[in-house]
Design a protein around this ligand. Structure first.
Ligand SMILES: [Zn+2]
Length: 202
């Protein structure tokens, strides 16, 4: 594990390399933040939004939590969404899950307790909602993968029905919501093709 000293050294080297390759890079960022993407992803350490997308500082506003969910009563998550849509004017919200998600597995197995259990309770409900489809799959890995996908699709549905998003669409703001999923096995993103671009799913 890199110690604190090593992390600061790596940071200095990164800042130096950025200045060398793009003079004025930090000066440009200081006075403006105009990201076109809001990324809602899992807190999992293996799914870093910027690195896997190639998006650079200033290009993506990020919210991460366990199992990338967007509870309507979570002030943190909803405030991020409101700021991104109303103030930053992002053009695209990506909900990105990942296969092998521990939060989703805990919901699948009904194992999580305490605060984590409370947090993923909506995924437990989703599991129940799709119980027969999941039971038709042969292995737990397949059921886990499918529930990871269903969870992303469900979050896109919840987002598209939130007041912030509906208000943005009603005033004509161009705003797409996409459902993506990432594979830790090969580092690739997959589009789940459930994009929403307006109240009627344009
Ligand atoms: Zn996860």
């Amino acid at each position: 594990m890199p110690d604190e000293k090593a992390i600061f050294a790596a940071n200095r080297e990164w800042a130096r390399a950025m200045c060398e390759s793009e003079p004025g890079f930090f000066d440009r960022l200081v006075n403006q933040q105009e990201p076109e993407y809001l990324w809602i992803g899992c807190s999992d350490s293996r799914v870093p939004a910027s690195q896997i997308t190639g998006l650079r500082p200033g290009e993506v506003f990020v919210h991460r939590n366990i199992a990338n969910i967007v509870p309507i009563d979570d002030l943190n998550c909803q405030a991020v969404i409101q700021y991104a849509v109303d103030v930053l004017g992002v053009k695209c919200i990506v909900v990105c899950g990942h296969y092998g998600c521990g939060g989703v597995l805990a919901a699948l197995r009904g194992k999580a307790t305490g605060l984590t259990g409370d947090w993923i309770s909506s995924i437990v409900a989703l599991r129940e909602q799709h119980a027969s489809d999941l039971a038709a799959l042969a292995t737990e890995t397949e059921r886990h993968d499918r529930l990871c996908e269903l969870n992303v699709i469900e979050q896109v549905r919840c987002l598209s029905e939130s007041e912030v998003i509906k208000t943005a669409w009603s005033r004509g703001q161009a705003l797409q919501i996409h459902a993506w999923i990432y594979s830790i096995k090969d580092g690739l993103l997959k589009n789940l093709n459930t994009s929403v671009g307006g109240p009627i799913g344009v």
